[in-house]
Design a protein around this ligand. Structure first.
Ligand SMILES: Cc1cc2nc3c(=O)[nH]c(=O)nc-3n(C[C@H](O)[C@H](O)[C@H](O)COP(=O)(O)OP(=O)(O)OC[C@H]3O[C@@H](n4cnc5c(N)ncnc54)[C@H](O)[C@@H]3O)c2cc1C
Ligand SMILES: Cc1cc2nc3c(=O)[nH]c(=O)nc-3n(C[C@H](O)[C@H](O)[C@H](O)COP(=O)(O)O)c2cc1C
Length: 464
């Protein structure tokens, strides 16, 4: 019997493989290995045949804000529960030989920017998906889930490109590419169904859904009355007593609003757990027809202060400090982008002992209305937590200037910080700011050095 081209015998044999989950969490890996050993024993008892050549399934993610990565872990756990051990890895850490070495590969690929690959995948894309010849992937069987958003012109572009690249190198699809718009629940159900068939258990594959908690909207403050820009609100959210999750600076809150619970919206967390609450900055979106954005409208106008907000925290590894903890940071952002930067600054300011330098470059329209978190910024600047501060209020003088112009005005300082090992964190709008900052950095350090910074994980972005 064939399940999407995978023989049932192989499914049983795969149970004999000890799972080695990719190096994200050693403790989980240990627990999973024990569980895999138990499954292996069960597999042998049930199936009998042991295939010494059996290789684990590889679950690969190409993720910008963490959704694809979360789905990869969810898939691995679910398959593991069905005796299909799986290893999880980020595409950017792999080479084609790793794909060729796996029995089968499941890929979850999101698209970011304007139809681009996620930053974390860029080493793979640059090295292997260009013109340079790569080894044949004949023999590789794969299933691909592409995440995207139909509002963008290049819907699921990276997932589609990856699918075409795999096929062009001889890999064979286990099932037709599945595309999911804005984490739509129906699309995800098709993916889960495909994996259930792959595991030979159909709809009974046990999925662990991310836990949605009922938090309380404790306070809402309109930050910029009189501003020429859209209203920005400071929201403070409290978890149920005793359940404060241990998020890290850089992480997101994934909010489900009443009119669109199946299409969650992400917001950068501006605080650290030691502050007791999740602080957000939410810009009230207004559409061309005058109506308010679904999530931002509900959060900033309709949700009752004291009422419930359904959400979960999302690990945003691309924007966490990770290996950059000991490095100086150049933190660049505009508008509500100060939220993601504030969380890093708050953590750095509360750190004991020797503290690496922090350079904040923040831009908005008018200092009088739009200098969000001004008190914190001034306090941290005064006590030395912010070593260097550049502000770009575009409408406070005749000639407009933006954060990228502040960088361009001092290329020597940017190079000196980078020579000293600094990592660059960019948070805020994709259009205008993020592209402008990238262009400025490219001018200042050159394309080769910028790409090296990406490969070393020293150029991190939380952009939207
Ligand atoms: C990683 C990440 C971090 C983020 N962090 C923040 C943050 O810290 N602060 C923040 O404010 N936002 C943040 N966002 C953006 C946030 O997630 C939402 O996208 C934003 O609040 C808009 O959502 P909405 O539901 O209000 O708007 P939607 O209702 O989704 O509308 C958004 C836009 O889509 C278009 N649109 C959609 N439907 C229609 C329609 N029926 N008619 C006409 N036009 C339509 C319009 O252009 C509209 O302006 C972040 C996003 C990401 C991905
Ligand atoms: C800044 C930004 C740019 C995006 N660009 C695209 C795009 O060009 N095409 C597309 O289909 N989806 C695009 N998306 C939608 C994402 O692919 C989608 O939200 C996905 O679920 C994100 O998965 P991730 O968290 O793993 O990165 C974009 C999302 C963001 C925040």
């Amino acid at each position: 019997m064939t399940l999407f081209g995978i023989e049932a015998a192989r499914v049983a044999a795969a149970a004999a493989v000890v799972a080695t989950y990719g190096g994200l969490c050693a403790a989980v890996a240990l627990g999973e290995r024990r569980k895999a050993a138990a499954l292996a024993a069960r597999g042998l008892a049930l199936g009998g045949a042991r295939d010494a050549q059996a290789r684990p399934l590889l679950v690969v993610h190409a993720s910008q804000t963490g959704a694809a990565e979360q789905l990869a872990w969810q898939a691995a756990h679910a398959l593991h529960g069905s005796a299909l051990p799986a290893r999880v890895a980020a595409l950017g850490t792999l080479a084609p030989a790793d794909l060729a070495a796996a029995a089968s590969v499941l890929l979850i690929a999101s698209t970011c920017g304007e139809g681009d690959a996620p930053d974390s995948a860029s080493p793979f894309v640059r090295r292997f998906m260009g013109d340079a010849p790569v080894e044949s992937l004949a023999g590789v069987r794969y299933g691909l889930l592409a995440l995207g958003d139909r509002e963008f012109a290049n819907y699921c572009a990276f997932g589609r490109t990856l699918d075409a690249w795999l096929a062009a190198h001889g890999a064979r699809a286990l099932f037709e590419r599945i595309e999911v718009d804005c984490m739509d629940a129906q699309g995800l159900a098709r993916w889960k169904h495909a994996l259930g068939r792959l595991a030979g258990v159909g709809a009974t594959l046990a999925w662990q859904e991310p836990e949605r908690q009922a938090w309380r909207l404790a306070r809402r403050t309109h930050l910029n009355p009189g501003s020429s820009g859209a209203p920005v609100f400071h929201l403070e959210l409290e978890p149920p007593p005793g359940t404060l999750p241990a998020w890290e600076p850089g992480d997101l809150l994934r909010v489900r609003v009443p009119h669109a619970p199946d299409r969650p919206r992400d917001y950068s967390i501006a605080s650290i757990p030691a502050e007791g609450r999740a602080h957000l900055l939410v810009r009230q979106e207004r559409r061309a027809d005058g109506s308010l954005g679904l999530a931002s409208g509900w959060l900033t106008r309709d949700a009752a202060v004291g009422g419930v907000v359904l959400l979960d925290t999302l690990a945003h590894r691309n924007f966490r400090l990770g290996a950059n903890a000991g490095r100086p940071l150049i933190l660049i952002g505009n508008g509500t982008g100060i939220a993601g930067l504030r969380a890093h600054l708050s953590a750095r300011a509360s750190r004991a002992g020797a503290r690496p330098r922090n350079w904040l470059v923040f831009g908005e329209r008018q200092a009088a209305h739009d200098f969000h978190f001004r008190q914190d910024v001034e306090r941290w600047h005064a006590d030395g937590s912010i070593t260097r501060l550049d502000l770009a209020f575009s409408r406070d003088q005749a000639a407009k200037h933006y954060v990228q112009d502040r960088l361009r005005a001092q290329p020597e300082a940017v190079r000196e910080w980078l020579d000293d090992g600094a990592a660059v964190y960019v948070c805020g709008s994709l259009r205008g700011m993020a592209a402008g900052v990238e262009e400025a950095l490219r001018e200042i350090v050159g394309s080769e050095r910028l790409e090296a910074l990406i490969d070393e994980g020293r150029y991190r972005r939380d952009i939207y």
